[in-house]
Design a protein around this ligand. Structure first.
Ligand code: AMP
Ligand code: ZN
Length: 120
């Protein structure tokens, strides 16, 4: 399941060629802080597998995507999001040009913390 794309900045981060502020890592998932956070907590959660966007997901990714979603609330709390319901978090998955996607490697933004936020 090696799909390293040398032109992809997130593949470069996964490979350790570009540094990141790591939040979580296992054999198939990586999470790191967004370099330009909008919120007090703002990290990205991504598969190590190079999937370009949510538009390319397929049935074989079901378990991987499920694992990412299950990790999100746990990591959000660990990173300082306040508990539901007064706290909470936002999960965003920009997809394609009209979806506002800049990096073409599927990733979830997980944002939270006390408001106001810089954006959103
Ligand atoms: P998107 O528009 O969903 O593709 O967002 C890409 C996100 O990746 C943006 O919020 C960027 O700030 C973030 N980003 C880009 N390069 C890096 C990097 N080297 N380390 C951490 N976050 C990054
Ligand atoms: Zn990639």
């Amino acid at each position: 399941m090696s799909t390293f794309d040398s032109s992809c900045i997130f593949c470069q981060i996964i490979a350790g060629h570009i540094p990141c502020r790591k939040v979580y890592e296992d054999d198939e998932i990586l999470a790191f802080h967004d370099i330009k956070p909008w919120a007090p907590v703002h990290f990205l959660l991504l598969p190590k597998l190079h999937i370009a966007s949510m538009a390319q997901i397929a049935p074989e990714h079901e378990r991987l995507l499920g694992r990412m979603l299950l990790l999100a609330p746990r990591l959000a709390l660990e990173q300082g999001c306040n508990p539901y319901p007064q706290g909470g978090f936002r999960i965003v998955c920009n997809t394609g040009a009209e979806g506002g996607q800049e990096v073409q490697h599927l990733h979830l933004h997980v944002m939270g913390g006390a408001r106001p936020w810089l954006r959103g």
